[in-house]
Design a protein. Sequence first.
Length: 466
Amino acid sequence: MAQRETWATRTGFILAAVGSAVGLGNIWRFPFVTSEGGGAAFLLVYLLFIFLIGFPAILVEFVIGRRTKLNPVGALRELGSGVWKYVGYVFFVTAFVILSYYSVVAGWFVRYFIIGVTDGYDDAVGQYEGEAGDDTIPAELLFDSVATGLDSILFHTLFMLVTIGIVALGVRKGIELAVKVMVPSLIVLLVGLAIWAATLPGASDGYEYYLSPDFSEIAANWTTLLPAAAGQAFFTLSLGMGVMIVYASYVGEDRNLAKDGGIIIGFDTAIALLVGLIVFPILLTATPDPDGELLFASPIGAIFTAVADAMTEVPDVLGLLFFGVVAVAALSSAISILEFIVAYLMDEHGFERRPAALLAGGSVFALGVPVTYDLVFLELFDYFADSVLLVLGALLLVIFVGWVIPDAALDEVSKGVDDIGSAGAAWIWAVRIPLVVVLAITLALGIVDYVGFLTGDFADWISANL
Ligand code: PHE
Ligand code: NA
């Protein structure tokens, strides 16, 4: 492969990586899996995963990328041998599966943005006023109508077309600028909404649910909490798929990878935590329950339901900005995934950029269509990608760095660092043993969980619908 450029500006790498990391993982998926995992119990396991596993794991991808200056498939082929060259195919499958439903969910954000512009949230939610029952609120019914059917497929199409267009044209510069504007405005908006949510009657119940973990719940549910938290940690940090290998392949030797990794993780985690501070007070205000249980039918729609409900009390423009900014954040993440597939097709199979973008984007679009038909397909794809494929990808990379190229990795991580002391060796040790063990156990639990879903909920759906 020809010589690689490094990022034009010193912050280019961080901006691109933050643009990939910050997205639906923080804003849609985080509150959704947190409520499925019981709130604070999930949050604690998730935070442990982010800092104890996510941080060493992001460094694993960074050192592979900067060392080889190649795409993940090429990198593993060059550094490893034999079976390692096939690991790239796992990433390829993961990227396809994730982007397919990512685009559908991103389409919902675009749809909600449009609702704010045309009908206003008050009217849109109000039309379901009469239909809501004891355990549903009108805003939830609005979500149901957006999530599947004609609207859903329309906005999936739109979102995918824009993603394909940008990747086909290869416009890198625009993305750096978009991230520079998007991340600060997202943080300002989220802080504003969190302050407002703090004034709600359900705020203290919401905080309790979100922030005060019941340790007996963790002990009782660890076999499901572990794979769910790991899947969310890798998803939100764009790990386990090789995307961060690609970004790091453009990084100069003078950058301190550990420091940059810390900044990226810090932004991503702060944004997710803020989202929780908004969603749970709103939801526990809308559906208060004496036992502190969350009473909404579809956790998948938690963020949509919460924000649309909130917008009936605050000016629509806030909601409009929120959904709009998130759609942009989702776009920069989606681009990072499609760009990853396209780079692979170009580097490894001699494709031109435009046909590669069209072919890959078109197939991803088709794969996402069933999701717009029934949300059971969202679960089918999302659980498989996150609790199985991303964890598998991360495990393979960790084994690779820890056992196949530990010396090169130690050398690489030391570059750009003033005095690494024994930190580098500690990192290699953590990667070689604890990370491999934890990820192997998590993967096994994730597979068991997923098989449970296939033979349970999914089999039920099939027999009810076919
Ligand atoms: N990290 C992105 C998000 O939080 C999603 C993503 C996953 C992007 C994997 C690239 C690779 O939305
Ligand atoms: Na994220």
